[in-house]
Design a protein around this ligand. Structure first.
Ligand SMILES: NC(=O)c1ccc[n+]([C@@H]2O[C@H](COP(=O)([O-])OP(=O)(O)OC[C@H]3O[C@@H](n4cnc5c(N)ncnc54)[C@H](O)[C@@H]3O)[C@@H](O)[C@H]2O)c1
Length: 258
């Protein structure tokens, strides 16, 4: 076999992407597949998860769907074991599954707070721990966590305290695990998107009083595409980023520069 000299070539790699059924996760799965990786689709919804698999297979790569709820460690551990049984090992983990609820802090119920933290923060940790154990045993692996610019700034005008806190936690989790695992062959980095056009931002984009503020505060004056985020993930997941660990790559059209 001829080895590629392109450090961003992912041929022969196995990539596990959570929340890969739609939006940014689907774009990440597609981008990594185009770069040569086979894809494990870990998704809460069966219909979109299976559609994502068909989409990846049409690109000529292997793919399989693993029904997963990242909120529970038991589901994540079962998924991780099933992915290893199916593909043999995992080279790349992308923690992408996430939710947002726009609600005032003083009106948030216990469930509002806990559900956001369980998906966005605890879910990332359960996946890092389960897949990290597998990667540590192999002595190699790459993890990319999808955080958000909301882990650095407070969005306006919409309230979303639990989301912002969860994403700040993901950025610090990324640094902490990078520090613990760097000497053992594992890199851990984050990508922090600004506003990207997906189902998650659909309601906000349809409200002129929100979307006008979003666009005014974005130096590029546009909403990003899922591919803008996926390309950053591709870089961090590849050997081109071999000296990058504990970093947070912000892809926000300049929002956090102002
Ligand atoms: N869209 C944006 O503007 C934006 C900005 C910054 C960060 N992000 C982050 O990017 C990631 C993807 O967001 P998106 O915009 O593509 O959202 P999306 O709602 O379009 O997709 C999220 C996916 O995660 C899956 N998911 C949700 N809960 C899950 C669970 N418990 N277990 C497994 N899968 C689950 C959903 O089924 C869905 O397929 C999220 O972490 C989000 O916080 C998005």
């Amino acid at each position: 076999m001829t080895m590629s000299t392109n450090p961003m070539d992912l041929s022969g790699k196995i990539a596990l992407v959570t929340g890969a059924g739609r939006g940014i996760g689907l774009a990440i799965a597609e981008t990594l597949a185009r770069a040569g990786a086979d894809i494990a689709v870990a998704e809460f919804h069966t219909d979109t998860g299976q559609a994502a698999v068909a989409h990846i297979e049409a690109l000529g790569r292997r793919a399989a769907f693993f029904e997963t709820d990242v909120r529970t460690s038991a589901s994540v551990e079962a998924m991780t074991a099933a992915v290893v049984a199916h593909f043999g090992h995992i080279d790349i983990l992308v923690n992408n599954a996430g939710i947002v609820k726009n609600i005032a802090a003083e009106e948030s119920s216990d469930d509002d707070w806990l559900n956001t933290i369980n998906v966005n923060l605890n879910g990332v940790f359960w996946c890092c721990r389960a897949v990290g154990q597998h990667m540590l045993a192999r002595g190699s692996g790459v993890i990319v966590n999808i955080a958000s610019m909301s882990g650095i700034i407070v969005n306006k005008p919409q309230p979303q305290a639990a989301y912002n806190v969860s994403k700040a936690g993901v950025i610090m989790m990324t640094k902490s695990l990078a520090a613990e695992w760097s000497g053992r062959g594992i890199r851990v980095n984050a990508v922090s998107p600004g506003y990207i056009g997906t189902e998650l931002t659909k309601v906000g984009l349809s409200k002129a009083e929100w979307s006008s503020v979003w666009l005014e505060n974005t130096p590029q004056g546009r909403i990003g595409e899922p591919a803008d985020v996926a390309n950053a993930v591709w870089y961090l997941a590849s050997d081109a980023a071999s000296f990058a660990t504990g970093s947070n790559l912000v892809i926000d059209g300049g929002y956090t520069a102002w």
